[in-house]
Design a protein around this ligand. Structure first.
Ligand SMILES: Nc1nc2c(ncn2[C@@H]2O[C@H](COP(=O)(O)OP(=O)(O)O)[C@@H](O)[C@H]2O)c(=O)[nH]1
Ligand SMILES: [Mg+2]
Length: 349
């Protein structure tokens, strides 16, 4: 699809509340048909995960230097490598146990084979999160907007992720509505407005300090009235106390289901991957406060803590839908566990 086809699905729209629209201003390196090639996508992913890869393999290499077979010492060291790579204790124990079982079976497993087994086991721990690449992995339902509510602490990357996601969806020809339900700070609403404009999406807003549930309600009403395909709801991630958070998120959900009975179709928790263990703690808090159905892990560029993707996905049993590997509009990637493992380990031998 060419760059100028991006907005072909746009129709006349009459938002209930003031809105902004605009154009996507940046794009990825492109081929003649306007899309990055698989090879370019892989290179970008590898570049984004470079620090994690270096950290993990650097440690792994040192741990197994001079050893030929996988013995108890190697496993001890591997355990330490995984834990210090932010995979988390529970998932590390799981991986080590699986490798121990393999070692018990094939007595003389060499350290070369260890790589192959590690990549298999790690890919196995994560869930497949997309049925297809159509509509950037969102299962758009014809005739009723698909509602995705985005939660997470302040600074995790919610607004940025919504902007990037909206851009991909409008590029795929979808009509996108964004609800500015983070009404806590005026700057947050303005920041979202800028993203909505860049993405060519319609934003529904109210004044700062207004009720987030009311904004969400207006957004859904407006989206339905105008035949939108996807609704993205931004929220404030105030974690001052769990009961407060729970109440606020529950209220937003209830109000939305009055407009579209099965909304929200997805509740996506956005976590800042560079915070490592802290991201685990946030996942715990949010999954206790509301039903989280998908994850996005941001800021994997520039951090060696990318192992959190493996551990969080495994521990909470929630699929990772997207990963953020930069601030640019096209630096949100659909998470593909095989591509992720390939970026970390290289091509399978
Ligand atoms: N490097 C990098 N920065 C990101 C990424 N995602 C978000 N950010 C930055 O993180 C900061 C906080 O993001 P924001 O979307 O405002 O977070 P929110 O408070 O959860 O809405 C901003 O400066 C973003 O540019 C990413 O994938 N990589
Ligand atoms: Mg925000």
């Amino acid at each position: 699809m060419g760059f100028f086809d991006l907005f072909k699905k746009k129709k006349e729209e009459k938002p209930i509340t003031p809105s902004t629209e605009g154009e996507v201003v940046e794009s990825a390196p492109v081929t003649e048909n306007g899309e990055p090639t698989i090879e370019e996508e892989r290179q970008e992913l590898e570049a984004g995960l470079e620090k994690t890869k270096e950290g993990f393999f650097g440690k792994l290499k040192r741990a197994i230097a001079g050893r030929t077979t996988v013995d108890a010492d190697v496993l001890d060291d591997l355990e330490e490598v995984l834990i210090t790579s932010d995979v988390g204790v529970d998932t590390t124990v799981k991986i080590i146990e699986r490798i121990e079982a393999r070692v018990a079976r094939d007595k003389y497993l060499n350290t070369e084979e260890l790589h192959a087994i590690l990549r298999e086991e790690i890919a196995d721990l994560m869930e497949e999160s997309h049925r297809s690449t159509k509509d950037f992995g969102i299962e758009v339902k014809e005739g009723m907007p698909y509602v995705l509510m985005v939660v997470g602490v302040n600074g995790a990357g919610k607004t940025t992720t919504i902007g990037k996601l909206a851009a991909q969806l409008t590029k795929a020809g979808r009509k996108v509505y964004i609800g500015a339900a983070d009404t806590f700070r005026a700057a947050a609403i303005d920041q979202l407005a800028v993203w909505a404009e860049r993405a060519g999406a319609t934003m529904v807003r109210q004044d700062m300090g207004s009720d987030p549930a009311s904004v969400a309600y207006d957004t859904l009403r407006s989206a339905v009235a105008n035949g939108a395909d996807v609704v993205l709801i931004d929220t404030a991630g105030r974690l001052h106390n769990k009961v407060g958070l729970m109440k606020e998120l529950t209220k937003i959900r209830n109000v939305m289901s009055k407009v579209i009975p099965d909304a929200p179709h997805e509740v996506m928790l956005v976590l800042d991957g560079s915070t490592g263990q802290n991201a685990f703690e946030q996942a715990k808090q949010f999954t206790e406060a509301t039903q989280v159905t998908s994850l996005t892990i941001t800021k994997l560029d520039g951090t060696a803590k990318g192992g959190v993707v493996i551990g969080i996905s495994d521990k909470f049993n929630i699929p990772v839908r997207y990963i953020g590997i930069g601030e640019g509009i096209d630096q949100l990637k659909m998470f593909d566990r095989k591509e992720f493992v390939r970026a970390l380990f290289g091509e399978a031998k």
